[in-house]
Ligand binder design. Structure first.
Ligand SMILES: Cc1cc2nc3c(=O)[nH]c(=O)nc-3n(C[C@H](O)[C@H](O)[C@H](O)COP(=O)(O)OP(=O)(O)OC[C@H]3O[C@@H](n4cnc5c(N)ncnc54)[C@H](O)[C@@H]3O)c2cc1C
Length: 412
């Protein structure tokens, strides 16, 4: 019999299982879907790797450094910075994280002012010094307010911060906590944005492959949990000394209604196959105008070649917000906007798949970094990105913390 049952084989659940396995505690993960990885999964379609929503691994994430074997993942790196589409032209923002001086290629760049360069250098200095924990104890406001208070010009906020961090927070209002902003800024300053050679899903697959055989049961949806038991949709009842809920926020709340309620942020990711790449570098292209559905575009196979078969290119397009259009309408709107960016070749792109993700990220207007896990009054435990920073790092960290809490309770 497993000593611990974990509900959910996303990064949080896998991280929890990994720590328990290290302590020789037998555990069983029950996963509702047919694979591991949760929101960080990759589908394979005609030689293309389609992440279920465009996302990146920031190599500086401390929890990822601890849990993942980067060498085996064969990470491909993004060029730091971005190309910003603005008023009919592309403008480069070069590495604001490490080389703030080079950030705006000319003093007259329409992305920001000379003063913004100095402010970003100062921000960088403030954000990277001291322990990471200090960020989560700093005064908290919204990201947009934080940037205004630091004197950034409205132009810089509109044309760079809004599309760049909007793509990370999955909301362009920048209402997300300033602590989360500083955390992400620091991660970009200390490492790179990267994609594994076999897609983002390779992170979870790697973690799963290093667990003892038989640890994961797929296609096993939990419908009820108690302190020492889990009931599956089939009616089967599993018992253990402890139960950890590592489901995403919406599903965790279905199982444990006493968990804190949070709103979800949605996103849509559309994938196209192109004969010719619309850009020739491994970088992110941002929408610096506030019009049109597209927030960002990239060609993942320029970052990690395995994302597309030889002779083809994969174009990934991210649209923020909850679904407002049918897939066909969305594709047409995206094609129209991108034709104005990249020319008529866009009309020949072949649509591969669209992912509409209503619960992509939990709303994080406030981030209090506790131990990333919850001991529930019902006697069970919970972990997941919604209890930490809503990120790969948060999920991994939270899973580890819940395992540590469980081990401490067992010892006590
Ligand atoms: C579009 C998008 C873009 C993102 N961009 C980034 C990024 O660039 N960088 C970054 O760091 N993070 C990003 N993230 C966030 C990151 O993917 C998540 O924070 C992380 O994967 C969450 O892991 P988790 O284990 O907490 O939850 P999940 O991955 O949601 O895992 C929960 C698991 O529980 C299972 N489950 C749910 N209910 C049950 C049940 N009743 N019984 C059994 N199993 C159940 C689910 O099937 C799932 O496998 C992004 C996410 C999305 C969707």
């Amino acid at each position: 019999m497993a000593e611990v049952i974990i509900v959910g084989a996303g990064l949080a659940g896998l991280s929890c299982a990994r720590e328990l396995a290290r302590a020789n505690i037998p555990c069983l993960i029950v996963e509702a879907s047919d694979g591991v990885g949760g929101r960080a999964r990759t589908d394979y379609l005609d030689g293309f790797l389609l992440d279920r929503g465009f996302q990146v691994l920031l190599t500086a994430y401390p929890a990822a450094q601890r849990s993942l074997d980067y060498t085996a993942l064969q990470l491909g790196r993004f060029e730091p910075g971005a190309l910003v589409r603005l008023s009919g032209k592309f403008h480069r923002v070069a590495d604001p994280w490490r080389r703030p001086g080079a950030m705006l290629q000319t003093a007259f760049s329409p992305i920001g002012t000379l003063g913004d360069k100095l402010r970003i250098a100062k921000l960088r200095y403030q954000v990277i010094r001291g322990p990471l924990q200090a960020i989560f104890q700093s005064p908290e406001t919204s990201t947009s307010q934080f940037l205004r208070e630091r004197g950034f010009s409205p132009v810089m906020i509109e044309r760079f911060f809004r599309p760049f961090f909007g793509g990370i927070f999955l909301e362009r209002e920048l209402r997300t906590s300033s602590r989360m902003f500083q955390f992400v800024f620091r991660m970009f300053s200390e490492g790179h944005a990267a994609l594994p050679a076999r897609g983002m899903g390779a992170m979870a697959e790697q973690m799963a492959s290093r667990l003892p055989e038989g640890t994961i049961r797929l296609n096993a949806r939990a419908t009820q949990v108690a302190a020492q038991s889990v009931t599956l949709a089939t009616g089967e009842r599993l018992s253990a000394r402890s139960v950890v809920i590592a489901a995403d926020h919406a599903n965790a709340c279905r199982l444990v209604p006493s968990l804190p309620q949070m709103r979800s942020k949605g996103a849509t990711c559309l994938y196209f196959a192109a004969e010719k790449t619309p850009i020739d570098e491994p970088t992110l292209v941002l929408n610096g105008d506030s019009s049109g559905p597209v927030n960002s575009v990239c060609v993942p196979n320029l970052v990690a070649a395995g994302y597309a078969p030889v002779g083809a290119h994969l174009v990934s397009v991210t649209v923020l917000g909850q679904r407002e259009m049918a897939d066909g309408q969305m594709q047409a709107a995206v094609r129209q906007q991108l034709t104005s960016w990249f020319g008529p070749a866009v009309q020949r792109w072949q649509h591969l798949k669209s992912y509409f993700i209503p619960d992509a990220l939990p709303e994080q207007t406030s981030v209090v970094l506790g131990d990333g896990s919850a001991r529930l009054p019902e006697g069970s435990y919970a972990c997941g990105d919604f209890l930490d920073t809503a990120s790969i790092n948060g999920a991994l960290r939270s899973g580890r913390q819940v395992a540590e809490a469980l081990l401490a309770d067992a010892r006590a």
